[in-house]
Ligand binder design. Structure first.
Ligand code: HGA
Length: 611
């Protein structure tokens, strides 16, 4: 999604802002821009459609000089990706603003502002903020006060950074519903929608809270005011994840690097969370045992890939922990009447912890009588983490590729820890717990073995690159893995893909199968194997080309039109995690062959902070 960077420094800020934007590129965007206040208080702006490199080329041709500036990568929600719609937006020559989010009452505000003589030059909702701020500044002559007055008129979500030529050594920021952090430097301060943007200049951050307004000024301490206008001391956190995420480490794409990081990521997600024979309930927080012991069922709410992780967890929770579970996409859950039986735990899954729909669902759930809320999340300090009763950090490290890979597998590990923890309190067989704990310990090794199949999977992918459609099949807890495989292929290779529970094929989608329809299936050696094999025969009988990822012990012969790739044996409970990997690699290689933008696929964004 959109990215914000702002800087009030002792040096020229163009380079800081540009590097910040480059580091936010992974979030997905369609245009970029920057406004810098020169030392003689002139506001200069550059904007460009497309990549940050296009903005950089424009800046090379005419650099911006100044020690205060704001910059933005835009993922259009209102108005096409054009230069006129790119941020920063200005009101006259005095004030500039960058915005993440959506202003829902923009039409009403626009009509009001136009009647007062303000002239609009873009189709964005954001431009109303620029003119509102200018109007309030004209009344108050104080940027902080103007921001306070203006945001009070906005309905919707925003993170903002604002600069004004009459107050040339400061920036005011504000957030509600979209993330914004302050980077604390020495005599310099910064704003960004993600700490990653600022790691070259600081590793100390204040995570702003809902409704906060912040003033960063040269040589002055950062001043944060809460929604009521009270000055607040917010703690400064040191960023502890290192800056390794910013480089591809020799891999061709971030996505490939992240796929290959999964053995370490899974090990990190388990670190300190297992005893000899059990999962440690306290990994979910000091209140976990008290809350978990009241849990009779679970509602899981998430979006996209995280939703698929939730679907796997439903099979696990019911099979191993004996706990009923429901899973729902957040954008549906938040707008319907939900019945919450006594003893229900509310679980959210989000890589970024800022996914707007999931966050709204959590807020909606708060008044619905759940026994507690648990966030499984990858970003410490994120809104979801701060607003939940319990949290489990997935420890996957920053994920840069828009298509989620390692965040998904680490969520699955976290959800298995949840299954074991709830299972333990619900009488799950002790020796089965111990077996799964043992299998979890060997999982990083098994993942490394699967990654060794990369070359063979690349060869298989050649059969896909030219296809327009694909079907993914799975049964039981591997149906969500098929869904995730199809999503990955759609996201990065733009090949239309659908996933079905294999038994559903004959009820409709079999009509699509012919030699032009590759059918991909995951076949671990579980109790559904024989049924799955019959479903695969049905495909073969209609001339469909089969690509099967199967347990090494499964008797399934390679033949014309049947490609089989063997995976090491793993405890059936963990097979969904292992079988995710070949599907990630398959999509990756198909996308590389098609020449798409693997890390930033068209139209998509990471950290979906708008509704
Ligand atoms: N609504 C604004 C900003 C969009 C956004 O935050 N995307 O992530 C626009 O369309 O410019």
């Amino acid at each position: 999604m959109c990215g914000i960077v702002g800087a009030v420094a002792e040096r020229n800020v163009q380079g800081i802002l540009l590097e910040g934007l480059r580091r936010l590129e992974y979030r997905g965007y369609d245009s970029a821009g920057m406004a810098v206040l020169s030392d003689d208080a002139r506001l200069n702006r550059r904007r460009a459609v497309g990549k940050v490199a296009a903005l950089e080329a424009s800046l090379d041709a005419g650099p911006l000089e100044g020690r205060v500036g704001i910059a933005h990568t835009r993922w259009a929600t209102h108005g096409r990706p054009t230069e006129q719609n790119a941020h920063p937006h200005q009101s006259g020559e005095s004030l500039a603003v960058v915005h993440n989010g959506i202003i829902e009452n923009h039409e009403t505000l626009k009509a009001e502002l136009e009647s007062q003589g303000y002239v609009f030059t873009s189709q964005t909702d954001t431009e109303v903020i620029a003119h509102l701020l200018a109007r309030e500044f004209n009344r108050t002559q104080d940027l902080l006060e103007a921001v306070r007055q203006a945001v009070a008129l906005l309905d919707g979500a925003y993170a903002l950074a604002v600069t004004h030529r009459s107050q040339p050594s400061l920036i005011v920021g504000a957030r509600k519903g979209s993330p914004l952090v302050v980077g604390v430097g020495i005599g310099e301060s910064f704003l960004a929608s993600d700490p990653l943007a600022l790691l070259p200049v600081t590793d100390r951050f204040i995570y702003l809270q809902e409704g906060d307004v912040v003033r960063i000024a040269r040589g002055e301490p950062v001043a944060v005011f809460d929604a009521a206008g009270e000055r607040q001391e917010r703690s400064v956190h040191t960023y502890e994840h290192g800056d390794g995420a910013a480089t591809k480490d020799g891999y061709r794409h971030f996505m490939l690097k992240e796929i290959h990081e999964q053995p370490q990521v899974v090990a990190a997600a388990l670190e300190g969370r297992l005893s000899e024979r059990r999962a440690l309930i306290e990994s979910f927080g000091s209140e976990a045992e008290a809350i978990f012991s009241q849990v009779r069922q679970v509602h899981i709410v998430a979006c996209g890939t995280s939703y698929h992780a939730g679907l796997v967890a439903r099979y696990w929770l019911e099979k191993y922990a004996g706990i009923p579970a429901q899973v729902e996409v957040a954008s549906e859950y938040r707008y319907r009447r939900v019945v919450v039986p006594d003893g229900t735990l509310f679980v959210t899954l989000s890589q970024s912890g800022e996914t707007a729909d999931t966050l709204a669902a959590l807020r909606f759930a708060r008044e619905r009588g759940y026994v507690g809320s648990l966030a499984i999340c990858n970003v410490p300090g994120s809104s979801l983490v701060r607003e939940s009763d319990l949290t489990l950090m997935t420890q996957a490290g920053p994920e840069i590729g828009v298509a989620s890979t390692k965040a998904f597998t680490s969520q699955l590990v976290a959800l298995m820890l949840l299954t074991l923890s709830l299972g333990r309190l619900n009488g799950m067989d002790e020796s089965r717990q111990a077996e799964i704990v043992q299998a979890l310990r060997t999982l990083p090794g098994a993942i490394t073995q699967v990654l060794g199949l990369d070359g063979a999977i690349e060869t298989l992918s050649m059969a896909f690159a030219e296809k327009h459609h694909a079907l993914f099949l799975g049964r039981g807890s591997h149906f969500p893995i098929a869904l995730e495989g199809a999503l990955k292929l759609k996201e990065i290779s733009y090949i239309h893909a659908e996933a079905y529970p294999a038994g559903e094929l004959k009820h409709g989608p079999l009509a699509l199968v012919d030699s032009e329809m590759p059918v991909i299936s995951v076949a671990p050696n579980d109790e559904l194997l024989e049924k799955l094999k019959s479903n695969l025969q049905e495909v073969r009988a209609r001339g469909g080309e089969l690509f099967v990822f199967a347990d090494e012990s499964v008797r399934l012969e390679e033949a014309e039109g049947v490609h089989v790739l063997r995976l090491p044996h793993v405890d059936e409970a963990l097979a969904p995690i292992l079988y995710t990997l070949p599907l990630q690699l398959l999509s990756y290689h198909a996308a590389v062959l098609k020449g798409t933008d693997v890390d930033q696929p068209r139209n998509l964004a990471k950290s979906v902070t708008v509704e």
